[in-house]
Design a protein around this ligand. Sequence first.
Ligand SMILES: *[C@@H]1O[C@H](CO)[C@@H](O)[C@H](O)[C@H]1NC(C)=O
Ligand SMILES: *[C@@H]1O[C@H](CO)[C@@H](O)[C@H](O)[C@H]1NC(C)=O
Ligand SMILES: *[C@@H]1O[C@H](CO)[C@@H](O)[C@H](O)[C@H]1NC(C)=O
Ligand SMILES: *[C@@H]1O[C@H](CO)[C@@H](O)[C@H](O)[C@H]1NC(C)=O
Ligand SMILES: *[C@@H]1O[C@H](CO)[C@@H](O)[C@H](O)[C@H]1NC(C)=O
Ligand SMILES: *[C@@H]1O[C@H](CO)[C@@H](O)[C@H](O)[C@H]1NC(C)=O
Length: 452
Amino acid sequence: MVELRNSSNNRGFYVRMRLSHKQARQQEKNTLFKYYKWVLWFFLTLYFFTSYLISHKPNPISKPHVVTSKSAMAFRALVDSTNSTFSKYPRRDNNDDPLKGLKIYVYDLPSKYNSDWLSNERCSNHLFASEVAIHKALLNSDVRSFDPYEADFFFVPVYVSCNFSTVNGFPAIGHARSLLASAVEIISSIHPFWNRSRGSDHVFVASHDYGACFHAMEDRAIADGIPEFMKNSIILQTFGVKYKHPCQDVENVVIPPYISPVSVQNTLEKAPANGRRDIWVFFRGKMEVNPKNVSGRYYSKKVRTVIWRKYSSDRRFYLQRHRYAGYQSEIVRSVFCLCPLGWAPWSPRLVESVVLGCVPVIIADGIRLPFPTAVRWSQISLTVAEKDVGKLSSILEHVGATNLTAIQRNLWDPATRRALLFNDTIQEGDATWQILHALAKRLDRSVGVSSQ
Ligand SMILES: *[C@@H]1O[C@H](CO)[C@@H](O)[C@H](O)[C@H]1NC(C)=O
Ligand SMILES: *[C@@H]1O[C@H](CO)[C@@H](O)[C@H](O)[C@H]1NC(C)=O
Ligand SMILES: *[C@@H]1O[C@H](CO)[C@@H](O)[C@H](O)[C@H]1NC(C)=O
Ligand SMILES: *[C@@H]1O[C@H](CO)[C@@H](O)[C@H](O)[C@H]1NC(C)=O
Ligand SMILES: *[C@@H]1O[C@H](CO)[C@@H](O)[C@H](O)[C@H]1NC(C)=O
Ligand SMILES: *[C@@H]1O[C@H](CO)[C@@H](O)[C@H](O)[C@H]1NC(C)=O
């Protein structure tokens, strides 16, 4: 209302201004009028002449409409290649759509880069499987564009985590760099888009301990670094810390580790998130009783060892060191779920705790958590400094006596659960949607800044 009134006031002012200038301009107008008819005639002729040329091409063979749009594409490609700043991300005016009309082109790579690996069922279900889930979700989504010339981003679907070791069953990611490098070689030789932007509008998933450094041990990961060819691109990665780190020195979006939504649904069908919780503190996982100093580092920086030594005889702590397939049924029975660092700060426990309604107790200094605008982490979790892990029981007792109920109420908001799970077809607010939202925000930024 206020704005409306202001603008009509302004117009009144404008009209008054014009009236006072009217006489002064009268003379000027009379001279202009002499030429006015000729000017009008000239422009009308020009207009009709050009529209004739456009609708009647000199070429006698009338070509289908497609050709016109192709030549428009070729023109755009030309503009793009000569001035990438200008049109790397086209401007969007759709303010209602939170995804801003985002368009993503998904490369069609030979099956050895992706679908062949799916013959092993584990490939689409283990903790690094977001590389599969995001690809699947994009293939069926509205943001997928089949016209690469109108795409804002290019998704490179390479599954690097499904070569499971025959020794210990863990994903062997030693081949990740060469597999990705050869995929980039293919796309950059067939299509112009990689060279056009030097990969900067290309998106990869690197869902490993240290993201695109592709190694589980931090010192090795840092020594190897991010492959040179990926350094301009956007990496979707589970790894994130609040301080400078060579393995996140690249445009990145922190994403949640993959937890199968079906497994969560099955667990919740048997025991609802707001049901009875008879375990006070839960942790199941690798715990070195006497941690080895591997290449100058202790597993979990000894945090898990301290937890074990201090609390394994405390009956309120349910601590287990061995794998158990049904562990989700234990999480849904627990009040607090410990999420200490392992080799890397992040862990799938974080997602499992949240989606199964157990308050995550994050013990990983400086960790950067996924989707901070969608998930109010400070309202749904507890953070305990690594050095304070010995005081765990008194910290949790204090929370239990004060704000536990408030934290649980926030935690059981279904929107939070949705944001951390990858649905096969994108649902508004789910994990893939949050990624698209983060990418769409980058469109704003590059339109706004439009330099460099
Ligand atoms: C690219 O486009 C921008 C914005 O239109 C312009 O300022 C700049 O001079 C152009 N650069 C080149 C190399 O054409
Ligand atoms: C899978 O990993 C093994 C080593 O664990 C390696 O020898 C093999 O070449 C890898 N396979 C592919 C297809 O990269
Ligand atoms: C992109 O650049 C590479 C290396 O300079 C070159 O080999 C390749 O042919 C280029 N791709 C296209 C489509 O021009
Ligand atoms: C995806 O979302 C739909 C609708 O919310 C739901 O019916 C379906 O079970 C979900 N799929 C998975 C795999 O969770
Ligand atoms: C761990 O081992 C490295 C050598 O591998 C050594 O330099 C370092 O001092 C050891 N750390 C501790 C705490 O013992
Ligand atoms: C609950 O209390 C703890 C410790 O007193 C505090 O760190 C945390 O921020 C509180 N959380 C909420 C959601 O009030």
